[in-house]
Design a binder for this molecule. Structure first.
Ligand SMILES: [Zn+2]
Length: 222
């Protein structure tokens, strides 16, 4: 790709942007051409010489042709349509098992923020013809780290056996208890203030609760 020379710095930003866009499109076409020559060497050579390809070829059904940018494309029947750019009227043919094809699918998957998979597939189909696109997209979606994390379901840990006190059937209430203290809180007794602690007794078997106040020191209770 031709590098932008130092004189481009004197140009207006819009011209520089257009130049960069042109170069990007040219680089894209070079990349497509390289991939297509690797994947369809015989068909590309025949079509380059304006000769027909074999009926058994997968590209025959697509009425493939090489456009002015040297990219192999699907011949669509919308040439008379005036509102679509010529570059996107005919989809670029990409092989399904090429790394760049995976990158293209990944790009659209990421641009859709890992959601709207059908929209992503439709957007890809606007520009590219990839055999078995839906299957490849599903595979790419399956190995996407972010999608995997998003779809994962937390697995609760296996709980241990309940203690004997929790299962002591036919025993008196509060036969097995758990004690919780809280406080101290200052309460008024006559004209003075005293400390009080709250105590909660929980029956481990029936889960009955007994609540009371204590006027002893915590040290005495322990
Ligand atoms: Zn994803």
């Amino acid at each position: 790709m031709q590098a932008i020379s130092g004189t481009d710095q004197q140009r207006t930003p819009s011209i520089k942007g257009e130049k960069q866009k042109e170069e990007l499109v040219r680089a894209q076409n070079c990349l497509y051409q390289q991939i297509q020559i690797e994947a369809f060497p015989d068909q590309y050579a025949l079509l380059g010489k304006q000769r027909s390809i074999r009926i058994s070829s997968s590209l025959h059904r697509l009425a493939a042709f090489i456009d002015e940018d040297k990219a192999l494309k699907v011949r669509e029947r919308i040439n008379a349509e005036r509102f679509t750019d010529l570059q996107v009227k005919h989809a670029v043919i990409l092989p399904s098992n090429h790394y760049v094809t995976q990158l293209v699918i990944q790009h659209f998957h990421h641009s859709m923020l890992h959601r709207n998979h059908e929209t992503a597939i439709n957007l890809i189909r606007l520009q590219f013809h990839i055999p078995g696109l839906r299957k490849i997209y599903r595979t790419m979606h399956g190995i996407c780290k972010l999608c995997k994390n998003d779809a994962s379901v937390p697995i609760p840990p296996m709980m241990g056996d309940l203690p004997e006190a929790r299962l002591a059937a036919y025993s008196h209430a509060l036969a097995y208890v758990r004690v919780d203290y809280f406080g101290p809180m200052m309460v008024s007794v006559g004209r003075r203030c005293e400390k009080r602690w709250g105590v909660i007794l929980t029956c481990l078997t029936t889960r009955a609760i007994n609540f009371s106040w204590l006027n002893l020191s915590l040290r005495a209770l322990v």
